[in-house]
Design a binder for this molecule. Structure first.
Ligand code: ADP
Ligand code: MG
Length: 653
């Protein structure tokens, strides 16, 4: 069966909201215990560690909750850094290296060294066309609508594959450090990532041999690392300011009752610490008299400048002046000069903050906490300027390079069931249901249901001897299926011939923990059944989901009217059919007058069917009922009583 496009987001939606994070934390009362049992052997399984992964544009890392002190900790080997540069190098033979080793080739072998792959996740060439010069490696541009591919040597790679190499490296590192297999992970993504980008991240995890239990928003993870949101009673508005190597994100979160709601996001996908480095290079180049052309020609020299500039920048986060030399040429930079160089970038981030506040409908005084994320927030000028802008001291005591991964580890721990008081839930963003008579949406799993989730309902046939039933699965909030999104359709065939209303077809929906929906239809009397699996695919974007929700509100009144009309028409059709059948089967038991009056009433009802007037249809149904009731009671035979016994059945398809 073809996989149908379907989207279950780990999100909780409210109508005035852009994106809300995947998690709802509720107090764990009803859950007794979580014990892993190997189903084939019956033996108890040791709890396997679940890691938290920050898959960054510049750097990536893994964190866990330390089994002894229960504190989140970033994994690192001895005294090396916990950060793995998100860089992949392919050598002539096609060997792959990731991290610091690969980073050495950034300038000298630009065609073979892939960086910033996160920017390409879930993107087509059209999406990045304007920025194509940013990528010094070859991004394939032949088919502009499909997802981008990257060429290295004579091979082509998708961003999902490339990201999987980074994740594989992280997995190996973690396994080496922990001396145990690592197969389950929580991975973070920016709050603005759409479904395609989230799904691509999930796929990269799968390709790296990881079971991705949850995709979590980076600002949510960062807040958790500061303990925000762990107390269910608490409600707070938090600004998460994330300035990394090449990207800037500001997210305004509302945390209440354990639900993380992203009120707004803003930022600049081409603004970060790399720009600071470049500003320093430009300044030094101006001083030394080297021309840009010379730098372009001598890649090694350019690389030395870049590396030295980054060193100076980092040094100036804790010192007032930096002095060194590049290939015998002395270079110097004071904190004051550095701040002058980067001021325009800082100002740009503040403009983004203002916009984010405006979009959230808030002012600076509404913000309770400010969380600093990303290596670049170590720059003192950044902390000061942001503190000043919000009029509050910023949170900066957790290592800003690690804070997202640490938060992911906290979520992983909650998922593992180790945090006894908390339980994380996934929620369906839109209702799921099937089409019933007249194109109506019959909801089986309402939106905001927790997943995994299960629901079932019985339906029956509309016609005598009907041997098949078409089950059409839809997602959305509108009353008529034509306004919702079709996910799947299949036929239940082989229903043995029975009078209308007699078969009992049970349709069950099951969403498993991965968000995969399976739909089963089973005719209970004969046991005939059919199942279809609706796989989550690159589905709806957040904007589309939000539009669907908004539409359902805007059209609520007219939807109600059309539902009422369709219901009346369906009822009318059924009663006309049943009555006509009754007449022909029982003609001998009825008087000519009874037959004539009834046929007239049927004709009248039929005439108003297309009038669009629900009340009129209802009235004529009543009239027909009034006429047929007295004699129907008189001559009701066994078959009819059977049909009527199906009345507890929900509806017909
Ligand atoms: P990303 O989220 O994009 O992967 P990071 O959060 O790891 O990026 O940030 C990387 C950036 O942080 C780099 O530009 C790096 O130079 C910068 N950075 C790291 N440490 C410092 C420091 N001490 N002072 C200033 N900038 C720093
Ligand atoms: Mg980051």
């Amino acid at each position: 069966m073809r996989p149908f496009s379907f989207s279950i987001r780990k999100q909780f939606y409210r109508l005035n909201v852009n994106f809300t994070d995947c998690i709802q934390i509720i107090t764990k009362k009803e859950v007794v215990a979580k014990i892993g049992i190997n189903i084939s052997t019956g033996s108890l399984q040791k709890e396997e560690i679940i890691v938290g992964i920050d898959l960054g544009t510049t750097n990536s890392l893994v964190a866990i909750i330390h089994p002894d002190n229960k504190q989140p900790v970033a994994l690192k080997e001895h005294d090396s850094s916990s950060l793995v540069p998100s860089v992949i190098h392919f050598d002539e033979q096609g060997n792959i290296t990731v991290g610091n080793e690969a980073k050495r080739f950034l300038v000298t072998e630009p065609q073979q060294t892939i960086f910033s792959v996160k920017r390409l996740m879930g993107k087509s060439y059209n999406d990045i066309r304007e920025r194509s010069s940013f990528f010094t490696y070859k991004v394939i541009d032949d088919n502009t609508e499909s997802l981008v591919k990257i060429q290295a040597g004579n091979k082509f790679y998708s961003p999902v594959e490339l990201s999987s190499y980074i994740l594989k490296e992280l997995k190996h590192r973690a396994e080496h450090i922990l001396k145990t297999p690592v197969t389950r992970a929580v991975i973070t993504v920016p709050a603005y990532f759409n479904d395609a980008q989230r799904q691509a991240t999930r796929d990269a995890g799968k390709l790296a041999g990881l079971d991705v239990l949850r995709i979590v928003n980076e600002p949510t993870a960062a807040s958790l690392a500061y303990g925000l949101g762990l107390n269910k009673e608490e409600s707070k508005t938090v600004a998460v300011y994330d300035l990394g190597g090449g990207t800037f994100d500001i997210s305004i979160l509302r945390i209440a009752g354990g639900i993380f709601e992203v009120l707004s996001t803003n930022g600049d996908t081409y603004l970060g610490g790399d720009d600071f480095d470049q500003a320093i290079v430009d300044y030094w180049v101006g001083q030394t008299g080297i021309t840009r052309e010379e730098l372009q020609l001598h890649k090694q020299v350019a690389q030395s400048f870049r590396l030295k500039a980054e060193e100076a920048k980092r040094f100036l986060s804790t010192a007032n002046a930096f002095t060194s030399e590049i290939a015998g040429t002395p270079v110097h930079l004071t904190r004051e000069k550095f701040e002058e160089l980067i001021r325009p970038f800082v100002d740009r981030t503040i403009v983004c903050c203002t916009k984010a506040l405006k979009d959230a409908g808030l002012s600076v005084t509404d913000i309770d906490e400010i969380v600093m994320v990303g290596g670049t927030t170590r720059v003192p000028l950044i902390k000061e300027s942001i503190g000043q802008f919000f009029g509050k001291k910023v949170h900066d005591d957790v290592n800003p390079d690690e804070v997202v991964a640490l938060g992911a580890a906290i979520q992983a721990d909650i998922l593992a069931g180790n945090n006894k008081d908390l339980l994380l839930l996934d929620i369906t963003p839109l209702s799921l249901g099937i089409e019933t008579m007249g194109g109506l949406m019959d909801i089986l799993i309402p939106r905001n249901s927790k997943i995994p989730s299960k629901a079932g309902r019985q339906y029956t046939t509309q016609k005598d001897g009907q041997s098949g039933m078409r089950i059409s699965v839809f997602q959305g909030e509108r009353d008529l299926v034509k306004d919702n999104r079709k996910l799947a359709e299949f036929n239940l065939t082989g229903i043995p011939g029975m009078p209308a209303g007699l078969p009992k077809v049970e349709v069950s929906f099951l969403i498993n923990a991965d968000g995969i929906l399976s739909v089963t239809a089973k005719e209970l009397r004969s046991g005939v059944s059919q199942t279809v699996e609706v796989k989550p695919q690159y589905g709806l974007t957040d904007a589309e989901v939000e539009k669907m929700l908004l539409d359902s509100i805007t059209h609520a009144k007219e939807d109600m009217q059309s539902r009422a009309l369709v219901e009346a028409q369906t009822e009318a059709k059924q009663i006309m059919e049943t009555t006509s059948q009754f007449l022909s089967r029982n003609a001998s038991l009825l008087s000519t007058e009874e037959i004539e009056v009834t046929q007239n009433a049927i004709a009248v009802l039929n005439a108003v069917m297309e009038s669009g007037n629900k009340d009129m249809i209802q009235e004529k149904i009543e009239a027909l009922n009034d006429i047929s009731r007295p004699y129907a009671e008189r001559v009701m035979d066994q078959a009819i009583s059977k049909v009527m016994s199906g009345k507890s059945i929900k509806g017909s398809i």
